[in-house]
Design a protein around this ligand. Structure first.
Ligand code: GTP
Length: 185
């Protein structure tokens, strides 16, 4: 018997989310292991070689900045992503509301079959003494493409490497349902 295994050649992680939620800071914190006091509008695309990633797969990390990129460029990046981290700030309710009102519908336009996994990332956990995870679970119930969610802080580095590991894992070991129940009628 021949067992064919599906090998991804690389993982392309795209970070999207509202302005100021900390996308660039998350990337720079991961790379330099310290919180950047001065952040550029957009981080350069980063390539992490296979041998230093937990899953041994070359990984690209791509930032998005609305001040530097057009909607067309954003849509191109969404199309080419293998996983998308939708970042919100835990202290900014509007950025949470826009996960389901803007970001997930936008991603769905490029991946209508839900083929691109999504990780919800709640950043700036250092600023609050509560968790947003319960609220986020209701969004996860509505959008099956969300693989998982995590809260973190680019400032204290809490859960930063975990967040990128979850994103890698969402591509390589998806836990999505093997069937979905059609509730449309
Ligand atoms: P745009 O490029 O405008 O889309 O923003 P962005 O999402 O890339 O956010 P950026 O990394 O530029 O961070 C915005 C502000 O939030 C900066 O002043 C950061 O220092 C701050 N910031 C980012 N992450 C954290 C965090 O974990 N905790 C705190 N307290 N501040 C943070």
């Amino acid at each position: 018997m021949v067992i064919k295994t599906f090998q991804k050649r690389n993982v392309r992680i795209l970070l999207v989310g509202d302005q100021g939620v900390g996308k660039t800071s998350l990337i720079l914190s991961l790379v330099s292991e310290e919180f950047p006091e001065n952040v550029p509008a957009k981080a350069e695309e980063i390539t992490i070689p296979a041998d230093v990633t937990p899953e041994q797969v070359p990984t690209n990390i791509v930032d998005y900045s609305s001040s530097e990129q057009t909607d067309e460029e954003l849509n191109e990046q969404i199309k080419h992503a293998s996983v998308i981290c939708v970042v919100y700030a835990v202290d900014d309710d509007d950025s949470v509301d826009r996960i389901s009102s803007y970001w997930l519908p936008l991603i769905k336009l490029s991946h209508p079959d839900g083929s691109c996994p999504v990780v919800l990332v709640g950043n700036k956990i250092d600023l609050v003494d509560y968790s947003t995870i319960d609220g986020v679970y209701s969004i996860m119930e509505e959008f099956s493409e969300i693989e998982t969610c995590i809260e973190c802080s680019a400032k204290t580095l809490k859960n930063i490497s975990e967040m990128f590991y979850y994103a890698q894992k969402a591509v390589l070991h998806p836990t999505g349902p093997i069937y979905s129940v059609d509730n449309s009628d």
